[in-house]
Design a protein around this ligand. Structure first.
Ligand code: SF4
Length: 49
């Protein structure tokens, strides 16, 4: 898988400002058709305990 840089360091899967999950799921964020990256979201995010 391509390396994924992610600055959401409070996520359980974040390691050294990169995503370490084996797979991530991205979805539209409250819209039927995204027009910009603001309208997408990482569904795999899990708050670090
Ligand atoms: S699961 Fe999503 S939010 Fe969490 S580190 Fe990976 S890309 Fe970032």
């Amino acid at each position: 898988m391509a390396e994924i840089k992610c600055t959401v360091t409070e996520c359980e899967y974040n390691k050294n400002v990169k995503c370490d999950a084996p797979m991530i799921q991205i979805e539209r964020n409250n819209t039927a058709s995204a027009a910009s990256s603001d309208q997408t979201k990482c569904e795999t995010f899990k708050r670090r305990a």
